[in-house]
Design a protein around this ligand. Structure first.
Ligand SMILES: Nc1nc2c(ncn2[C@@H]2O[C@H](COP(=O)(O)OP(=O)(O)OP(=O)(O)O)[C@@H](O)[C@H]2O)c(=O)[nH]1
Ligand SMILES: [Mg+2]
Length: 327
């Protein structure tokens, strides 16, 4: 199944795929520039189609993938697969090797590309977690707009009571999107804010609750304890809540993102991921490492600070943008 998927994906999409608008496609393509350069720096000639397929080229490819933070395990898997096919003389020119590389990447990424689905139960509760500054609040703002555009009513919970500015930041996103925000003052118990929000959501018949939380240093057990409490409180409201524990990861931290997944999963059971700041990082390959290591669904990628810079993760479009020759 692994291989057949890889073959099926060997031809890159002509558009962003799945009906994604051209603007979203060009945004993704632009946002991946630095990671693309990182990968292309060693194999530029391959991407431009001018080299013999030999051991030296495969070694350069390996180095480039590692430098883009694809990680050792996934890089080995990709390069071993390519080596076997080269030795079987299946890949005799750079066009074929380029397509095979794309297919290997898509084969790793496609199984985790899985959109956010709002289930039947009301409200559908999404608990958003992650370390400081990864983009949780921004993601909630962008997502509120997206869900609103899809016709869902949304309520935001200002569960980050740690910083004074945090509530204000969420309230701003709420105002921009015409989405109400439930908040208490700084220093309030975040579990209590979340409880209030769920009560209000039920009373108002709201479709989706997006709960913001404070940035967590995953090593600090006291902070993890607070997240566990939030989760317990949600569960008291409805046994199935939270329906989703969405961990936000900053692509720019590279391999450190993997330890964040492990720690948050241990503490609160992560059910899905969003990877932000793919614009402006040379380490976007970490998405491949994350997919290969955990297999958790990746709902969204963040490609900028603007309200539209959040896209559902599309593996083929991502890989095509990553390997696009030309800059
Ligand atoms: N370039 C870029 N910047 C982003 C992206 N997502 C978020 N940011 C920026 O990253 C910074 C931190 O974002 P926040 O949403 O405040 O992060 P947070 O996880 O809520 O941070 P804390 O509440 O402190 O834990 C802000 O300046 C955002 O504009 C992205 O996809 N690309
Ligand atoms: Mg925040």
């Amino acid at each position: 199944m692994w291989k057949s998927k890889a073959r099926a994906a060997a031809t890159p999409p002509k558009s962003a795929g799945d009906g994604a608008p051209a603007s979203a496609w060009s945004r993704l393509s632009r946002s991946l520039t630095r990671t693309r350069r990182q990968i292309a720096s060693g194999i530029g000639d391959l991407l431009r189609g001018q080299r013999a397929i030999d051991a030296e080229l495969l070694e350069e490819l390996e180095t480039s993938l590692l430098a883009a933070d694809v990680g050792v395990a996934a890089t080995d898997r990709i390069v071993d697969g390519l080596k076997k096919r080269v030795s079987r003389r299946e890949l005799t020119d750079t066009t074929a090797l380029h397509a095979a590389l794309a297919a290997e990447l898509v084969a790793i990424l496609a199984p985790v590309a899985s959109p956010l689905v709002i289930g039947a139960e009301r409200p559908h509760v999404v608990l958003v977690v992650g370390v400081n500054g990864v983009g949780k609040t921004t993601l909630i703002g962008k997502l509120a707009r997206r869900l609103g555009a899809e016709g869902h009513s949304v309520l935001l919970a200002a569960g980050d009571t740690f910083r004074a500015a945090a509530v204000e930041q969420l309230a701003e996103w709420g105002a921009r999107n015409n989405v109400p925000v439930i908040a208490q003052g700084q220093g309030a118990d975040s579990a209590s804010v979340i409880f209030d929000t769920l009560t209000a959501a039920k009373a108002r018949g709201v479709d989706v609750v997006l709960a913001d939380t404070a940035g967590r240093l995953q090593a600090k057990t006291g902070l993890m304890e607070e997240l566990r409490k939030i989760k317990r409180v949600m569960g008291r409201h409805a046994a199935s809540a939270p329906h989703e524990v969405l961990l936000v990861l900053d692509a720019g931290v590279g391999q450190n993102a993997l330890s964040q997944v492990r720690e948050f999963d241990k503490a609160v059971g992560v059910t899905s991921l969003a990877v932000t700041k793919l614009d402006g990082t040379a380490k976007g390959g970490v998405l491949v490492a994350i997919a290969a290591n955990f297999g958790l669904p990746v709902r969204f990628v963040g490609v900028g600070e603007g309200i539209l810079d959040l896209q559902p993760f599309d593996a083929a479009a991502f890989v095509h943008a990553l390997l696009r020759p030309g800059d």
